[in-house]
Design a protein around this ligand. Structure first.
Ligand code: AMP
Ligand code: GLY
Length: 455
């Protein structure tokens, strides 16, 4: 038997591999796919479960190592994934990012004779189109009468018609590349001239490659955004939390869009009345729609919402947890997450009772100098007063790695985030900002005003 350096698994794949059917009593070997702060938070949470035996993370980061074994293969390397599942007797695969889901990792696992008994947390390829195709998700919402912005879709075939449509559209105009564009495919245009240029860039010059050969042109909605996270088996669901993300690089929500510079949870305006509207007009019709349309869904739904006046509208669906939303949602979730995944698998999610920490959670992300533009990697990271100098501070790594000398270095745009739990959002924001100020690396930048409007 040889050990594969990529998967950490034995290459000798024998036919006597035996997967136990996991149930609420069994301990399981779990594989988590991904490498960000979201995955560090998931690893932290899942490793606390008595149902988790060994935890593997592929590829993981400098922080996930604290909770399991990092394996050096990418999230879209399905053959390495298969070898790993067999070699490490994996019984649960939790998929962090959207890419492998849109590429069909769920279907790959459940249709493989040797892997089909693994619990997969993530939707099927067909259902992942809710995130993978803006046009698909808009049509789904139309069919299910879920409130969202009005829209039209265009390709090269009806390009001229699209130009005419843009010219008479009210301002601002929202243009969205249909496919995945690493969070960069949405443009909000303030003039018709700008919209026409962006439209041509996307469709004719394929600014986002194949992802922008189809473009969704959408009505602009003016309001406050909030993200709600649900775990579903495609029939039942549980809300596991909600959060507000600060997407812009600069203080006061200015400058370029990023993957997320910080988050707060709970969101003070998401009161009982608002959340009941979200449940009644958005969450329940979505889950019922998935069921009616036979879209196989065993995983998280990320509802990207906007409150216009008092009413919630869907801006987008994602088929995964958010990052850095996970870094505030999971610290507040009291339930055993692995147990919830087993409920999901056994179609007993309806029986679970979700409990949250009453405290507020705020996370503040430290990023590399230059991000979201070009930035350098490999900067040594140090903690001036130790990683967890204050009580109730959780440090989650995003883009970190250990270099050849065994030192922790930066390895991405978003590097590391500190989450604080306190009695109020403003206390938590203060504590998280203070905690992140205890971390140093060349070029480090963070927003000092996360949660500013909830003083
Ligand atoms: P998306 O990738 O669809 O989440 O869009 C990224 C961001 O663009 C959202 O978080 C919003 O801030 C903004 N956005 C998208 N669609 C709209 C819209 N119809 N009206 C206003 N803002 C939007
Ligand atoms: N923070 C936004 C996202 O995860 O898509």
């Amino acid at each position: 038997m040889t050990n594969d350096p990529k998967t950490g698994c034995n290459r000798c794949v024998t036919s006597n591999i035996y997967f136990r059917r996991a149930n609420s009593k069994n301990q399981m070997n779990i594989l988590l796919l991904g490498a960000g702060g979201r995955e560090h938070a998931l690893a932290w949470k899942m490793s606390q479960s008595p149902l988790c035996s060994q935890l593997f993370i592929a590829p993981g980061n400098g922080g996930t190592l604290q909770y399991g074994t990092n394996l050096p293969f990418g999230v879209n390397d399905f053959s390495a994934l298969k070898l790993c599942c067999i070699g490490q007797k994996i019984e649960m695969v939790v998929v962090g990012p959207e890419d492998p889901l849109v590429n069909g990792v769920y279907d790959f696992l459940v249709h493989d004779e040797l892997l089909k008994d693994i619990i997969v947390v993530g939707p099927s390829k067909a259902a992942a189109q809710l995130e993978g195709s803006k046009a698909f998700s808009k049509k789904f919402m139309q069919r299910q009468q879920i409130p969202t912005a009005g829209y039209e879709e265009f390709t090269l075939e009806n390009f001229e018609e699209g130009k005419a449509f843009l010219q008479q559209h009210s301002l601002p105009i929202v243009l969205k590349a249909d496919g995945l564009a690493a969070g960069k495919g949405v443009m909000i245009c303030q003039s018709h001239t700008e919209a026409l240029i962006v439209f041509e860039e996307m469709i004719v010059n394929k600014q986002f490659g194949e992802a922008s050969t189809k473009v969704v042109v959408e009505e602009f909605l003016d309001g406050i955004e909030i993200s709600v996270f649900v775990l579903t088996d495609g029939k039942d669901y549980q809300i596991i939390g909600h959060a507000k993300d600060y997407k812009r690089i600069g203080a006061g929500d200015t400058g370029l869009n990023t993957g997320g510079m910080g988050c707060v949870s709970p969101v003070p305006f998401a009161d009982e009345v608002f959340m009941q509207k979200v449940i009644g007009t958005i969450i329940e019709p979505t889950i019922a729609g998935l069921h009616k349309e036979r879209l196989v869904y065993n995983g998280f739904v990320f509802f990207g919402l906007i409150r216009v006046g008092e009413e919630p509208f869907v801006i987008e669906y994602n088929c995964r947890l958010g990052d850095p939303e996970t870094e505030v949602v999971l610290p507040r979730l009291k339930n055993d997450l692995v147990e919830l995944f087993v409920h999901m698998h056994e179609n007993t999610l309806g029986e679970a009772v979700i409990t949250y920490d009453e405290k507020a959670a705020v996370t503040v992300m430290a990023v590399s100098g230059g991000y979201p533009g070009d930035y350098e990697k490999g900067k040594e990271i140090s903690f001036t007063e130790g990683e967890d100098k204050a009580q109730d501070i959780l440090v989650f790594h995003a883009g970190t790695a250990f270099n050849a000398e065994g030192r922790l270095v930066t390895n991405g745009g978003r590097v590391i985030t500190a989450t604080a739990l306190r009695n109020t959002v403003s206390e938590a924001a203060k504590a998280a900002t203070e905690a992140i100020s205890g971390i140093e690396f060349e070029g480090l930048f963070y927003r000092k005003d996360i949660g500013y409007e909830f003083e």
